[in-house]
Design a protein around this ligand. Structure first.
Ligand code: DAH
Length: 333
């Protein structure tokens, strides 16, 4: 079969038309690439058409060759333009997908705050740290030894009735006071020492507006050569002044197994006496229990209830509110 120049011209112009339309309709870079291979690749349609050139009259060849080049250039230009369009569209789509709408309402994350018990503890600790005290802690699950025995409170001691204890299996119990930390700290350190120990304590109390089975105490302990009851009075007085201001204060004789003499401290608050802490000179038996020589070292100790302070300072009517999760209440402090 002979190939005429008209045949090739027709084929070329059909190819150009069809390819131009397909390139224009391409909807992805992959589709575009497969068109390019199909039309302009080594085994593509253009190559096939040009394969017929050899059978042309020599006089027709330059014209057809020129035409073929024009078609090729036109298609290449169309491919490039379309590739640019598709790439631009892809970038535009990506930008749109990643748009940040700054007018969109945010997710509200409520601001938290210190719980009034923690802020009361922090406030009290800050005062004692300012007076040179070191903060210490101890375990809430204790043994009889640390909670009672070493604190001069043997098994048959009547003072054990003062504190109804939660006993655990084995020789264990939930500590009834932070005084146990005194013993643990003294066992681990040598005097002189100034220690303040905050912590949770447990008692089998019936819960009411002023009692809770779980509450918080802060313990104080100072051991050195030559410490007297006067040092205790001065320290307590300064603490009370920093917490309550310039209030009247009195030391009332009392009893604790681990101090001798012992006292309870009251402050005049809004017209009446308010008990704020227990304290005393560390009993020589307590010093002996940790291997200190009571002839060389003396000291004082004190213990206070954190809830008491929080309630007085913030005029709270019911201790149970401190353990609830009512944000309307907690947000006030
Ligand atoms: N541990 C006593 C209580 O729970 C409080 C206390 C009193 C602690 C006198 C002391 C102290 O360190 O000296 O009631």
């Amino acid at each position: 079969m002979t190939v005429t120049s008209t045949d090739l011209e027709t084929q070329l112009s059909e190819l150009q038309q069809q390819a131009t339309a397909e390139i224009a309709a391409a909807d992805s870079l992959e589709a575009l690439e497969s068109f390019r291979v199909g039309y302009l690749g080594k085994k593509g349609q253009l190559s096939k058409i040009l394969g017929g050139m050899g059978k042309l009259d020599a006089s027709d060849r330059p014209r057809i060759g020129k035409l073929a080049n024009e078609v090729k250039t036109a298609l290449q230009t169309a491919l490039e333009t379309k590739r640019d369009d598709l790439q631009a569209a892809a970038i535009r789509a990506q930008l749109e997908a990643e748009t940040l709408d700054v007018t969109m309402p945010g997710v509200v994350r409520p601001q938290g705050r210190r719980h009034p018990l923690n802020s009361t503890i922090d406030r009290i600790l800050d005062i004692f740290v300012g007076l040179g005290y070191t903060v210490a802690t101890g375990p809430e699950i204790e043994t009889d030894y640390y909670n009672f025995e070493a604190l001069n409170t043997p098994a048959d001691h009547p003072a054990r009735d003062m504190q109804d204890t939660f006993y655990l299996p084995g020789d264990r119990l939930l500590r009834t006071h932070t005084s146990s930390v005194q013993i643990r700290y003294m066992e681990q350190h040598e005097p002189p020492m100034r220690v303040v120990a905050p912590g949770r304590v447990y008692r089998r109390d019936t819960v009411d507006s002023t009692h809770s089975a779980v509450f918080h105490q802060i313990e104080l302990l100072a051991i050195d050569k030559g410490i007297t009851f006067t040092d205790l009075k001065g320290t307590v007085r300064e603490f009370v002044r920093q917490i309550f201001g310039d209030v009247e204060i009195r030391f009332r004789p009392s009893y604790f197994p681990f101090t001798e003499p012992s006292a309870e401290v009251d402050v005049k608050w809004k017209g009446s006496w308010l008990e704020v802490l227990g304290c005393g000179t560390v009993d020589p038996n307590v010093l002996k229990a940790v291997g200190y020589d009571p002839e060389v070292y003396t000291g004082f100790a004190a213990g206070l209830g954190v809830e008491r302070f929080a309630m007085v300072l913030h005029q709270m009517d019911d201790i149970r509110r401190l353990y609830g999760s009512d944000l309307r209440f907690l947000r006030q402090f």
